[in-house]
Design a protein around this ligand. Structure first.
Ligand code: BG6
Length: 491
């Protein structure tokens, strides 16, 4: 579907996200013919740029980061709709200028009063931005037109602040106009969890406590914190990605079949699962956290977290977090879900691994199944996107010896269509007003309810365990699984 006439207004347009993701995604959408000819892109930031200078910034961002080939005619059309408003978020004259620019765009580009406001600014600036929009009449309801707001995670810092944030946003926007971005939901492979589960007969009958031993959800990164010291040190691994990306993966993996794929039905099922999540009674035994020490990444020596620029040498912020959760419903009774994430780990990989119970009986000599592991279905979110199933097979030869083999589906081999980037999909959905891929406030709150006791518990403990960069994380995380007689996958 092609978006109708509209304008996308980006606050914080000079930031990394806008340059690396948002502007390139807008171009890629235009290049795929999914934006209307009169589309307008309005930037707002504290810079003395004019429209032309902004156009050049967008141009450079597109050239550097867009995924589709550069085509002059597509660019020209997009460039004609670029406008820039220099200003401060707390400043009334700046918002009056913004209002005038948007009105002009409506007239000149035919965007028709349809405006999406993208808050690519730090969360502490959400309240002032939202209030200014309201005060300057930029979000008044006009029949036949739409006004939407897009907020980036983190949606708050804990349950309390998430509620406060929501109160501010909902004073100004009705729920259907609020689009919270969790970019994992924009990934093809994440949406494919639902296709795999609900478009097939093969998996759903065994997707439960009778057959599943446990589930491992991993989001491992080999990068460090880069230039984000200020943001990261205040937040840590659990708030940064478990609260959102990993709990969303858990919800999609564990939820019941929705009655349809509309936003409400999907959100309801996800909420039901999140509401049933149980924390381990012993947080000391069934959570683990770590902080990367010096080590190796990509063949190079790298420094530890505490030596990174802008990180206090006394910081207790975790760069690795692992937790065990259970879901208190019949389908998942007694099945642990182990979640882990970390920076500076051995490799970059995100996957959901469903590990099945062993066959109840093996009619083979014990020696012939020594190398047989557990049947495992791995949804590879990234990289090497695809699905792998591991099962036992007879080793060719005169003996009955059984060993694990894998059966692989890889996107590259199966489809000629290329996957849109997560932000492409999500920005298009905002412009279309299509909300199934955006978490609602209830999900955000439920996720904080799960996480708050864990991070509060950690805050009372000493410093996190150090792990050398380039390894699979702290020993305490391995011990946590060993306690249950299991071990982490080494994908
Ligand atoms: C972001 C986190 O949400 O996701 C980052 O704030 C993290 O810390 C990033 O690096 C990872 O995204 P992706 O798409 O590369 O897995």
């Amino acid at each position: 579907r092609v978006a109708g006439p509209c304008a996308l207004i980006i606050f914080g347009v000079t930031g990394d996200l806008a340059r690396k993701k948002l502007m390139p995604a807008v171009y890629d959408l235009a290049n795929r013919g999914l934006l209307p000819p009169g589309f307008a892109l309005v930037g707002f930031a504290r810079r003395e740029w004019d429209h032309k200078a902004f156009e050049e910034v967008v141009h450079d961002a597109v050239k550097e980061h867009a995924r589709t080939p550069f085509r002059e005619e597509v660019w020209q059309q997009l460039a004609e709709g670029c406008r820039f408003v220099p200003g401060e978020l707390g400043d009334d004259p700046s918002f009056e200028r913004l209002r005038a620019t948007i009105a002009e765009v409506d007239r000149e580009r035919g965007t028709n009063g349809n405006h999406a406001f993208y808050l690519s600014v730090p969360p502490k600036l959400f309240p002032v931005t939202v209030r200014q929009l309201k005060q300057h009449g930029l979000v008044d309801h006009v029949p036949g037109q739409w006004r939407r707001v897009v907020i980036e995670k983190p949606f708050g810092y804990d349950l309390q602040s998430a509620r406060e944030l929501n109160a501010i946003v909902s004073e100004v926007f009705p729920p259907e106009a609020v689009f919270r971005i969790d970019h994992y939901l924009g990934k093809e492979t994440v949406q494919n969890i639902l296709a795999l589960r609900f478009a097939n007969q093969l998996f759903e009958p065994i997707w439960n406590a009778h057959y599943v031993d446990h589930v491992q959800i991993t989001m491992a990164e080999d990068i460090g914190i880069g230039g984000r010291a200020g943001y990261y040190d205040a937040i840590g691994a659990a708030r940064d990605v478990i609260q959102n990306h990993l709990l969303q993966l858990l919800a999609l993996t564990a939820m019941e079949e929705p009655v349809s794929f509309d936003a409400r039905s999907l959100q309801l099922e996800k909420q039901k699962v999140l509401a049933a999540v149980q924390l381990p009674r012993r947080l000391d035994l069934y959570t683990a956290r770590g902080q990367y020490a010096a080590g190796w990444a990509g063949g190079e020596k790298v420094r530890g977290y505490l030596e990174e620029d802008g990180i206090p040498s006394t910081s207790h912020t975790e760069t690795y977090a692992a937790i065990k959760l259970e879901i208190d419903i019949r389908r998942w009774a007694g099945v642990p879900f182990y979640l882990r994430t970390g920076k500076r780990l051995a490799r970059r990989v995100t996957e959901v691994a469903v590990v099945f119970k062993r066959a109840p009986h093996l009619p083979f000599a014990a020696t012939s199944t020594e190398e047989l592991g557990e049947n495992t279905l791995v949804m590879r979110i990234q990289p090497d996107e695809g699905v792998t199933i591991r099962f036992g097979s007879k080793v060719p030869g005169t003996q009955m010896e059984i060993r694990d083999v894998t059966m692989d589906f890889a996107y590259g081999g199966a489809f000629t269509e290329s996957s849109p980037e997560a932000y492409e999909r999500l920005i298009l959905d905002v412009l279309l007003g299509d909300s199934p891929l955006f978490p609602q406030h209830e999900e955000v709150e439920l996720s904080w309810q799960i996480l708050d006791p864990i991070v509060e518990f950690w805050a009372e403990q000493g410093p996190p365990e150090q792990y050398p960069s380039g390894t699979w994380g702290p020993k305490s995380a391995d011990e946590m699984l060993a306690r249950d007689g299991r071990s982490w996958r080494r994908p």
